[in-house]
Design a protein around this ligand. Structure first.
Ligand code: FES
Ligand code: FES
Length: 205
C-alpha cells in the first residue's frame, strides 16, 4: 500500500529554483502587461482634453453671480461678458491685447478679457467694472470725475479696473506703481496726466 503522505508530498514538492523557473516568465509577462497598461493610461491622461467645436456648458462667476451658459470654446471672455451676460462696461477696442479697454479682474488680478477664452475662466472670480461700482461710485471713480480724467470715457473702465486692483492691494501706491498699473492702457483722447492725478489723489497723495 502506497504511503499517501509520501505520494502527496512528492506531487507538491517544488524546489525554490523550480518555482522560479516556472513562475518567473509568467510573473514577468504579467508585470510587463501591467507596465504597458500603466504606460497606456499615462499616455491617455497626457492627451489634452478636446472640447467643442459646438457649444459646451460653462459656469462663470461674474461679480459674485453664477451664470450657466452654453458657449463655443473659441469665444473670448470679453465676448461672453458683452454678448451673453450683459456686462458691456468692458469695452472692445483693439481686440488684440493692445489697449486695455477690456480689462477685468480675475481672482483680483487685471487681465485683458479679449485675450482669454471664456471656458478657461471657469472656477475663477471674474469682476467687471459693473461689480466694482455695484454700490455706487468708488472713491477712485469720484477722483476721475473731480480731476477730469475722462473725455469720451471709452478707456475709463479699463483704467479704473486696473487701478482698483492696485489700490486694493496697495492703498497708498507710489507714482511708479500707479504708472505700472496704467501701462498697457491706451487713451485716444490723451487724458493720461489727469488719470495719474486722479489715481494719486485716490492713493491719498
Ligand atoms: S480690447 Fe482687449 S486689449 Fe484692447
Ligand atoms: S477718454 Fe477717450 S479714449 Fe480715453
Amino acid at each position: 500500500m502506497k504511503n499517501k503522505t509520501n505520494t502527496d508530498s512528492a506531487a507538491f514538492s517544488f524546489s525554490r529554483r523550480g518555482f522560479i523557473k516556472t513562475a518567473g516568465p509568467t510573473a514577468a509577462a504579467a508585470m510587463a502587461g501591467r507596465v504597458d497598461e500603466a504606460a497606456a493610461e499615462m499616455e491617455h491622461s497626457r492627451k489634452p482634453k478636446v472640447v467643442g467645436p459646438t457649444a459646451v456648458p460653462v459656469e462663470l462667476t461674474i461679480n459674485g453671480q453664477r451664470h450657466r451658459l452654453a458657449i463655443e470654446p473659441r469665444v473670448t471672455l470679453l465676448d461672453v461678458l458683452r454678448n451673453h451676460t450683459g456686462h458691456t462696461g468692458s469695452k472692445k477696442a483693439c481686440d488684440r491685447a493692445q489697449c486695455g479697454s477690456c480689462t477685468v479682474l480675475l481672482d483680483g488680478e487685471s487681465v485683458n478679457a479679449c485675450m482669454m477664452l471664456a471656458i478657461t475662466a471657469e472656477g475663477r472670480k471674474i469682476r467687471t467694472i459693473e461689480g466694482i461700482s455695484a454700490n455706487g461710485l468708488t472713491p477712485l471713480q469720484k477722483e476721475f470725475i473731480k480731476h477730469d480724467a475722462l473725455m469720451c470715457g471709452f478707456c475709463t473702465p479699463g483704467f479704473v479696473t486696473s487701478l482698483t486692483a492696485l489700490l486694493e492691494q496697495v492703498p497708498h501706491a507710489t507714482d511708479e506703481q500707479i504708472s505700472e498699473a496704467c501701462a498697457g492702457h491706451l487713451c485716444r483722447c490723451g487724458t493720461y496726466p489727469n488719470v495719474l492725478k486722479a489715481a494719486r489723489a485716490a492713493a491719498g497723495r
